[in-house]
Ligand binder design. Structure first.
Ligand SMILES: [Zn+2]
Length: 350
């Protein structure tokens, strides 16, 4: 199913979307979904892939609004944003919108959420809710957030649903990275790759997150964060700028002090408070590690005429990129931070 029928990867961004034009950017994907809908083929499983904060959930919810909107043509990918159906989708209370998310304190999506608890297997959960007849109209939309966090058992429980979904059900699986998706899921979904916004769209996305900045600043921040728009927004706050300076002082030292570095980073995470949910802490840690990636890239460029320094900087860069990929999975952030800081300190030749 991922062959010629697959949508193209997102390319150049178009005009900025308005309140009912859906999330910012993703024009290629929107056009592709509009064509699929016009041909009566907006059903089955779609795997939306893109960095955190890029608007995957917003895109899936907007498509749901377009499908359920009471004031626009069913066959056109448009919505009013104001009718009861649109309002209920936005509030996630529409009876024909089925969703599942990974709880913040769990490493994977619990199987019970997919197929029901042990004493009520197959009679509750995401899989069963998808198969229930629509309450209102003739369609259902299902959104599986955190597809990165499906373990094998969870993925296996979805296979039949993805392979033979009920007619007129559109299932959106949201993931940050194609490689993180199990092959069994990838092969049963049409993959839609979403790109981070650039230019005016990047600035608009930051504005919607409460950050006022110009297009170039927004684009660069998103690039530095590997397309992670949530981390980029954090980097552009005054606290983010201050944090950046304090972390950079450690990273640009000839000898990195692993204890001081780990202590500062841990302090940043702890500063969020005990009540901060896991996702917020992960965003913050990714932000810190993105600062490191950015710093080591700059150091490589600056050391072009000091080749003896390059292997160590290269190692630190790779190690920081690896740490970002570990953030999402690793339940124990303290260990992750300490190992990363120790490796950075060791990476520099004597
Ligand atoms: Zn509407």
């Amino acid at each position: 199913m991922t062959g010629s029928a697959s949508p193209p990867a997102e390319t150049a961004a178009g005009a900025s979307a308005d309140a009912t034009g859906g999330p910012i950017g993703h024009e290629t994907a929107k056009r592709w979904f509009a064509q699929a809908l016009a041909k009566g083929r907006l059903s089955g499983a779609f795997l939306l892939i893109g960095p955190p904060g890029i608007g995957k959930a917003a895109l899936a919810k907007w498509i749901a609004k377009c499908l359920f909107c009471e004031r626009t043509e069913t066959a056109s990918l448009t919505c009013c944003g104001q009718c009861p159906a649109c309002v209920q989708i936005e509030a996630e209370t529409h009876p024909d919108l089925v969703q599942v998310r990974k709880p913040a304190d769990r490493a994977f999506i619990p199987i019970d959420l997919l197929i029901g608890p042990p004493d009520n297997r197959m009679r509750e959960g995401f899989n069963r809710d998808i198969r229930l007849r629509p309450f209102r109209g003739s369609r259902k939309v299902a959104i599986l957030h955190d597809a990165d966090d499906l373990n094998e058992e969870g993925a296996n429980s979805l296979l039949k649903t993805l392979e033979e979904p009920p007619p007129d059900v559109a299932i959106f699986l949201l993931g940050t990275n194609e490689q993180r998706q199990l092959p069994t899921i990838r092969s049963r979904s049409r993959i839609v790759r979403l790109r981070p916004p650039v230019g005016d769209q990047a600035a608009e996305l930051m504005r919607r997150r409460g950050i006022e900045c110009d297009a170039a600043t927004a684009t660069r921040a998103i690039e530095l964060c590997g397309g992670d728009c949530a981390a980029a927004a954090g980097m552009l706050t005054p606290e983010g700028a201050e944090l950046r300076q304090s972390i950079l002082r450690y990273l640009t030292a000839r000898q990195i002090d692993p204890v001081a570095l780990a202590g500062t980073v841990a302090g940043v995470i702890d500063g969020l408070g005990k009540s901060a949910v896991g996702a917020v802490k992960r965003d913050r840690l990714r932000e810190v590690l993105s600062i490191a990636v950015d710093s080591f890239r700059d150091q490589m460029i600056a050391s072009a005429n000091r080749p003896e320094r390059l292997p160590a900087i290269h190692y630190r860069l790779d190690r920081s990129i690896e740490a970002i990929s570990q953030v999402h999975r690793n339940a124990n952030q303290t260990t992750l931070i300490e190992c990363w800081a120790a490796d950075l300190a060791r990476g520099f030749p004597a």
